[in-house]
Ligand binder design. Structure first.
Ligand SMILES: [Mn+2]
Length: 220
């Protein structure tokens, strides 16, 4: 039952993100947040947690709530919904303006790290090994990875298992977790890519929104 509901929550999240991208005309963080909230309401669902929309100057704050701040540069959008009491959690990072070569390099590093982590998940494996693996993948930028690689979710947005460098939990069949590497540096960059994942016979990625970097021009 639980998996079914988390899947539904993830599908709704993908649909809303898709709509956001197709209608992208937003100027400020709060406009993006309002659009998403409205779409969640239209589906008669609730947000799983206070959404994060964090653009330049704010994107290094890991938990930043949307403001009237103008969108510029890397823009992190982190949201989820609750479906019959079960959560989804997804983050995508967009770029507003023209990314520099170094921006693309950093984005691709986070993406590659996330994809490699997803491929590496194995039942029985200590989660701390996966977290440490992510940090080695992010070298030489690993000091800018300022949170844990992921977390369990279900009825609560953060629950067991722990996926951190000190976790004592091991990957087990049936786990529902997030994998969310990121890089954050004040006045420089803020990038995170996160998916909700189910550990079945195979690893199933339940949030399926595109992971390529969407680039939009700045609005005046
Ligand atoms: Mn998360």
């Amino acid at each position: 039952m639980k998996l079914k509901y988390v899947k539904k929550a993830c599908q709704a999240t993908d649909q809303i993100f898709n709509k956001l991208i197709k209608n992208f005309h937003f100027k400020t963080e709060i406009e993006v947040a309002d659009f998403i909230l409205n779409e969640i309401k239209k589906k008669s669902l609730k947000p799983a947690f206070p959404m994060i929309v964090a653009s330049e100057r704010n994107h290094h704050h890991i938990h930043h709530y949307p403001k009237k701040h103008k969108l510029s540069g890397f823009t992190i959008i982190d949201f989820g919904v609750k479906y019959k009491g079960f959560c989804s959690d997804m983050t995508r990072t967009l770029f507003i303006g023209k990314p520099k070569k170094q921006d693309l390099k950093l984005y691709n590093l986070v993406l590659k790290t996330q994809q490699n982590c997803l491929k590496r998940i194995k039942i029985g494996q200590p989660y701390k090994d996966l977290d440490i693996y992510a940090r080695t993948q992010l070298q030489p930028y690993q000091k800018y990875f300022k949170h844990t690689l992921g977390h369990g979710l279900g009825r609560k947005i953060h629950q067991k298992p722990k996926i951190s460098p000190h976790s004592k939990d091991k990957a087990k069949f049936g786990d529902i977790i997030t994998i969310e590497p990121g890089l954050y540096k004040k006045n420089n960059f803020g990038i995170r890519i996160e998916d909700t994942v189910y550990l079945g016979k195979k690893t199933q990625i339940l949030t399926k929104s595109p992971r390529k970097l969407f680039i939009f021009s700045k609005r005046k």
